[in-house]
Design a protein around this ligand. Structure first.
Ligand code: B12
Ligand code: SF4
Length: 495
């Protein structure tokens, strides 16, 4: 079967998303193992128009990934596919459509929505459709979607609109139990030389030499603002052997110079984390630096584990601190205390790991006073990088429900606006006005980065100058947006 996987444009400057998308790399690997012909089209880096690729390649099935700000670009890509290949089945997956499957399934350019973790659903869909069409090459998409023909009935984890106009949700797809069964992400389908680095771990990294990977999936926590609630709750860790084998593959086969670990909660099982680090050390794979892109659990960040991580090549850890206010911390279900967070930062600094702190401005219940506490807590913790995000209520999260239930006002006009790199408030709720959030967001950056002792320390620290490219790279990727959305928008809708 000819398979085409599409990564729609990101609503951000290209510099901010410069590694291959891991979900698509996994699907590509599965399709390859299945014996299918595979192509990946990443709209941010391609220069051939999508229609031309589709016309020439004639895919039989197209898979499109989408997070919320990408979803409209995903629909645009689907229309482009359908304009030249109307009988190609178009499947859309990813976090946004997992939260709101009906919305995408109702669109004429989308045939099937894949909810949640997608590998097995994708594989089954490809095989089911290939099988159905093998028996009848003229089978129309409406025949495939017609429940009377029982073609899709047994494929779990999908939502689609029947020709009779009904939205049909097939049963839930269980989370993959053993992640070891998955092949490694297939980077050979990406134009690697066009990618740089997600978040720099080293001073300079050659193009195509920065990779990301997942050593575990799932998160048993359900923080009220986090979109992971639409994904599997069950935490599953890969074995140290499997993680080391992927490190070896990235280093020896692809020449990886740095690795970003994307796990939602990498240290849930500390024993596994330590065993993984020991394995990396034993196999001499600790020569390539790695960083944790997402926050690890502060309540599980003891010195022994962090020390071992450092020895295994880890350079930087991040913690989701979110707020400096005790009550709000409790209300967002983070299930961690400020003292645990303090200790985690102390431990990380003690073993000389770089630290990143993620903070949210404008959580429900935030006031001038609580946001001051957040800024003060950030200053107290003093990570190398403090990232302040504007609270953005994503569909599928508890905050989204809270805002809608309690008469809040969403300030975003469409899905394109669901980004939080900009200093624009995304919603208002009670006394939490846009003006207040935007003022505090600016103040947070000013107060954190312009503290005289911080400026002095930064300017006099040899490493600031020694590692200038990385310092600037981190600043541009984690702290400052390169362009505003209005500057970017005209570039996005040029089709
Ligand atoms: C790395 C990352 C980034 C990187 C992207 C790098 C890259 N090369 O793609 C960067 C830092 C740039 C980034 C930016 C943003 N991100 Co981000 N990011 C992630 C992160 C940590 C990992 C993504 C990943 O690779 N996952 C691993 C793969 C295996 O999972 P996956 O992509 O979801 O794919 C699986 C399924 O979704 C499904 N699937 C996906 N696509 C398809 C397609 C088909 C056809 C099928 C069948 C199945 C399928 O199957 C896949 C395999 O199981 C996730 C959190 C997470 N755990 O996923 C957040 C996450 C995706 N990001 C999120 C957000 C909010 C953003 C931003 C909007 C934040 C912002 N600053 O404004 C921006 C997006 C801007 C934009 N315009 O799109 C949210 C998305 C919420 C939502 N409703 O969309 C997430 C879920 C984080 C969270 N917990 O809230 N992000
Ligand atoms: S913020 Fe982190 S701990 Fe909380 S639900 Fe999301 S991934 Fe899990």
């Amino acid at each position: 079967m000819r398979v085409l996987l599409i990564i729609p444009r990101f609503q951000l400057p290209i510099e901010t998303r410069t590694t291959p998308q891991l979900g698509i790399a996994y699907l590509a690997a599965l399709s390859e193992r299945n014996g299918d012909e595979v192509r990946v089209y990443d709209q941010d880096i391609e220069d051939v128009p999508l229609e031309d690729v589709v016309r020439q390649y004639q895919p039989e099935i197209v898979g499109i990934t989408s997070n919320t700000p990408q979803v409209k670009q995903g629909w645009l890509a689907a229309r482009q596919v359908k304009s030249v290949a109307p009988n190609t089945v178009v499947v859309q997956g990813g976090p946004h459509v997992s939260a709101l499957p009906e919305e995408a399934a109702a669109r004429p350019e989308i045939d099937i929505v894949a909810r949640g973790e997608g590998e097995m659903t994708w594989l089954e869909l490809c095989n089911t459709i290939a099988h159905a069409r093998a028996g009848n090459s003229n089978l129309r998409i409406s025949d495939i979607l017609d429940p009377q023909n029982k073609i899709l009935n047994s494929v779990r984890g999908i939502t689609y609109q029947t020709p009779q106009g009904k939205i049909k949700h097939n049963g839930e797809r269980p989370a993959i139990d053993s992640l070891e069964e998955l092949p490694f992400p297939a980077y050979k389908y990406f134009k690697l030389e066009r990618y740089t680095s997600l978040q720099p771990a080293v001073d300079t990294v050659e193009r195509g030499k920065s990779f990301s990977m997942m050593t575990s999936r799932g998160c048993p926590y359900r923080c009220t603002f986090c979109s992971q609630s639409v994904m599997a709750e069950k935490w599953r860790g890969r074995s140290p052997e499997s993680v080391a084998a992927e490190f070896a593959h990235l280093i020896h086969d692809w020449g990886a110079q740095e690795i970003g670990i994307l796990d939602d909660s990498a240290n849930i099982d500390r024993k596994r984390m330590r065993a993984m680090c020991e394995k990396l050390i034993a196999e001499n794979l600790n020569t390539v630096p790695w960083i944790l892109i997402n926050g690890i659990r502060a309540n599980l960040a003891d010195t022994e584990t962090l020390q071992l991580m450092k020895e295994a090549g880890c350079k930087r850890v991040a913690f989701g601190v979110e707020t400096g206010d005790e009550e709000i911390l409790e209300s967002i279900d983070k299930r961690v205390t400020h003292d645990q967070i303090r200790e985690a930062f102390r431990n990380a600094k003690q073993v000389k790991l770089e630290t990143v702190g993620f903070f949210i401005i404008g959580l429900p219940g935030d006031t001038e006073e609580t946001m001051n506490k957040t800024i003060e807590f950030a200053c107290e913790l003093d990570p190398v990088v403090a990232n302040f995000s504007m609270m953005t209520p994503y569909p599928g999260t508890k905050v989204w429900e809270q805002v809608h239930r309690n008469g809040g006002r969403m300030l975003m006009k469409d899905w394109d606006d669901y980004v939080f790199f900009e200093g624009k408030a995304r919603y208002e709720l009670g006394t939490l006005t846009a003006e207040l959030q935007e003022r505090k967001w600016k103040e947070a950056y000013r107060r954190f980065y312009m503290r005289p002792q911080r400026v002095f320390k930064t300017l006099t620290r040899a490493s600031t100058w020694k590692h200038l490219p990385r310092t600037l790279g981190m600043a541009s990727k984690l702290i400052l947006p390169k362009m505003t959305k209005d500057e970017i928008k005209p570039m996005l809708y040029q089709h």
